[in-house]
Design a protein around this ligand. Sequence first.
Ligand SMILES: Cc1cc2nc3c(=O)[nH]c(=O)nc-3n(C[C@H](O)[C@H](O)[C@H](O)COP(=O)(O)OP(=O)(O)OC[C@H]3O[C@@H](n4cnc5c(N)ncnc54)[C@H](O)[C@@H]3O)c2cc1C
Length: 426
Amino acid sequence: MHVVIVGNGVAGTEAALAIRRRLDPSRARITLISEEHPYFFSRTALMYAYMERMQRRDLEPYEREMYRRQKIELLHNRVVDIDADAHAITLDAGTTLSYDRLLLAVGARPRMVPFEGLDEVKDGLVNFVSMQDLDHCERLTWSTTEAVVLGGGLIGVELAESFIHHGLKVSFVVREPYFWPAALAAEEGELIGAEIRRHGIELIIDRELKGIESDEAGRVSGVRLSDGRHLPAQMLGVAIGVVPNVDWLREVKTVPVLGRGIRVDRSFRTSLPDVFAAGDCAEIGGEDETPLLETIWYSAKLQGQRAASAILGDEVNYAPPIFYNSSKFFGIEYTTVGQCVGVPSGTRSLYRKHPTRPITQRILFDEARVLGFSMLGSRWDHTLLQQWIAERRPLSYVREHLHRAQFDVEFGRVDLTKFQEEERTL
Ligand SMILES: Cc1cc2nc3c(=O)[nH]c(=O)nc-3n(C[C@H](O)[C@H](O)[C@H](O)COP(=O)(O)OP(=O)(O)OC[C@H]3O[C@@H](n4cnc5c(N)ncnc54)[C@H](O)[C@@H]3O)c2cc1C
């Protein structure tokens, strides 16, 4: 059997490894194709390469030798066509490759909107999603003194932090009333906002970008905001979200059913025979279900592994795991587990705040059990928090055992008895 995987991100690579664990090279030939970078790398660590805290090679979780040992063939090329009737794909180089099973793990691309002045821009506008974006940022940084970042989410704050690290004057424009309401409650958003400002970034909330200005050569020279304010900038980082990378699929010979992403059922099958999809590009769900689009690392990894099982003929019925994410905003650790936003009305929240330090814990719960955790400023064992949600533990239990989930080995545990507490209905 020849399994061809398009996309060597976490979904595609995990799928390749899962197939190889079950089938040796005499039973499965595996080809892993990517146009971006020949080797799988940690996209979530791109900012550390930009800040020169990591070498690019250190972003690669596996030794390059591993692919040769595992007999996983790598192709650094772009797939431009799919002919599902012929079970074949075409590469940019014009070569045709046949497959028995095809996995599309083609990820997501930055969202863009047609800002006024965008057509005139030839340089200075950057995204921060791919290795090529990193190249682009590095090339422009030396000729930049002022930068604007647009979009108050995770990628936006990482870009703002990287820019300030390089000594640029940074304005960070957020449309919402505080930083990242899609994930954080107002108190936590404001706490992160204070941290962003403390690092010398001008955080501008409640404002939208109205237009982009550029010089005669087409290089970004500034932006105009919704309140008429002008910000000079030679670099504009646009981080207003990502969308599944599916536009190219509208042009292929046999087009799979597309929604916002590639539509797949819970066993990752697309509408095309022997073609599967997983990761950021996949929109999962049966005909009568609201499709699920998860654009996060841990889900892409799990989806890749589950898609591999389906490709090998197992019965798969994917259900998303209890949500988990972690990150760091400058020095502030962030862990979120379970449901913290978009919760049913009547959900209660226990908010715990350290009296002097930027350390908070928010626990969401209802009459019967805890639903989610949003923790800032200290480190938590997410597996235990997930376990309490899965076991439907009540708030009283979690409160009593919370110390068990804390693991600040480096800095010592924070004394959980010192916190100010406030309970409220959302
Ligand atoms: C800066 C940044 C920070 C992030 N931080 C976090 C975080 O803290 N936590 C978290 O959970 N998630 C985070 N994410 C999201 C996470 O990285 C993604 O959810 C995950 O990488 C998706 O993996 P994937 O395998 O689905 O796709 P990708 O990693 O996007 O891989 C898809 C690959 O397919 C290739 N490809 C696409 N089309 C073709 C084609 N036609 N031919 C050949 N190759 C093709 C692409 O070039 C790409 O290399 C972050 C993302 C970014 C950009």
